[in-house]
Design a protein around this ligand. Structure first.
Ligand code: NAI
Ligand code: MG
Length: 355
């Protein structure tokens, strides 16, 4: 059975980094005989220039019909004047909505070779290997809001947070299942000392834990979690949290490894899932052939793991990335004296050569 991957390069460095990831997937396919095929589609500013919209219907349809979407990045200054509804970044929100991408998975693994790039002390970050499971299409970002109203003689605004039990169950299930494949620990993060939504969240997650006896569950308030991520990040395996808290914590956790170019992500949908590096289109280095492709290559590894259930192939990609870094290859964003400075293409070849 052939597996169809829709590749959406997007803007800026998107083309360079997705091309690297596809080259790696092609090598993987030679070895693991998965039967991968690729279909390219536009999104972002590139799509706006061609079709007048950042997310053409053809891209949505193809993504829905695929086995997984590999996404580069969108955005760039040349589209700053475009009206808000047609801005490149709208493509991401549109794909989230159309594919029903309800969960965002962000692994943060600090390889021994990269410990020195972290802003935290080596002894704090060595061994960090966690994943944040964030609810992506509910909570306060999607609740009712009021931009302006008069109340007791003063102008005010408000945003409404709400979560239903099925929404919590869906995301918590994913967190428990993810923990089963890892070290078996879920930390659910909320603010249940203050918020009603958090109390429903905690109640629901606690009830579900009975179905996962092999998984250890604990709870943290979000403010304490933010502190613990900087104090003792190795304590975490799977962090489960809502949309707002997850947005903030996942950016905090992303800096543990010290480099934005290295971080992958997966957005899980009911049918199709989407995989992309966490960074943007890096217009300042676009077209120069120096972008770090590792974040996108590791996103392709997540596609193999979560969309295609090809765990061995996913691990082969991850190991090859670790090995290339251990052997001293560095794109300019990470280069220091004593290492081998390489281009995007050379870095990609270093990874492919280690598969
Ligand atoms: P950015 O992540 O594109 O870049 C921030 C800095 O990190 C830049 O100096 C860039 O050169 C560097 N960088 C990022 N990825 C790199 C890589 N793979 N290798 C080496 N260096 C890398 O964030 P910025 O500058 O805030 O945004 C640029 C554009 O990207 C904006 O239009 C923004 O809206 C968009 N964006 C898109 C995202 C997406 O498509 N998912 C996510 C974040 C931003
Ligand atoms: Mg964010």
């Amino acid at each position: 059975m052939a597996k169809k991957i829709v590749v959406i390069p997007g803007d800026g460095i998107g083309g360079e980094i997705t091309s690297s990831a596809v080259d790696v997937l092609k090598k993987i396919d030679e070895k693991f005989h998965i039967g991968l095929s690729y279909e390219y589609h536009d999104a972002g500013g590139t799509a706006y220039d061609k079709f007048g919209t950042p997310l053409p219907q053809t891209t949505i349809d193809a993504a829905k019909a695929s086995d997984g979407v590999l996404f580069g990045a969108v955005g760039g200054n040349q589209w700053d004047q475009v009206e808000p509804e047609l801005r490149p970044e709208k493509a991401i929100l549109g794909l989230r909505k159309h594919l029903g991408l309800y969960a965002n998975l962000r692994p943060v693994k600090v390889a021994d070779t990269l410990v020195e790039y972290s802003p935290l002390k080596p002894e704090v970050v060595r061994g960090v290997d966690l994943v944040i499971v964030r609810e992506l299409i509910g909570g306060i970002y999607f609740g009712d809001r009021c931009e302006s109203e008069m109340h007791d003689g003063h102008e005010r605004a408000w945003d409404l947070e709400n979560y239903s039990i099925p929404e919590v169950v869906r995301i918590a299930k994913l967190a428990f299942e993810t923990a089963k494949l890892r070290r078996g620990k879920v930390t659910s993060v909320d603010k249940s000392n203050v918020l009603a939504t958090s109390r429903l969240w905690r109640r629901t997650v606690t009830r579900m834990a009975a179905d996962y006896p092999e998984v250890e569950l604990d709870h943290l308030y979000v403010d304490n979690c933010a502190m613990q991520l900087a104090l003792r990040p190795t304590q975490f395996d799977v962090i489960l949290t809502g949309n707002l808290f997850g947005d903030i914590l996942s950016d905090e956790a992303a800096v543990l490894g010290g480099s934005i170019g290295m971080m992958p992500s997966a957005s899980i949908g009911e049918c199709t899932s989407l995989f992309e590096p966490i960074h943007g289109s890096a217009p300042d280095i676009a077209g120069m052939g120096i972008a770090n492709p590792i974040g996108t290559i590791l996103s392709a590894a997540m596609l193999l793991r979560y969309a295609l259930k090809e765990e061995a192939a996913a691990q082969a990609v991850e190991k090859a990335c670790d090995q290339a870094l251990a052997d001293g290859y560095r794109t300019p964003d990470l280069w220091k004296d004593g290492f081998t400075k390489v281009s995007t293409t050379k870095m990609t070849q270093a990874v492919i050569g280690r598969i």
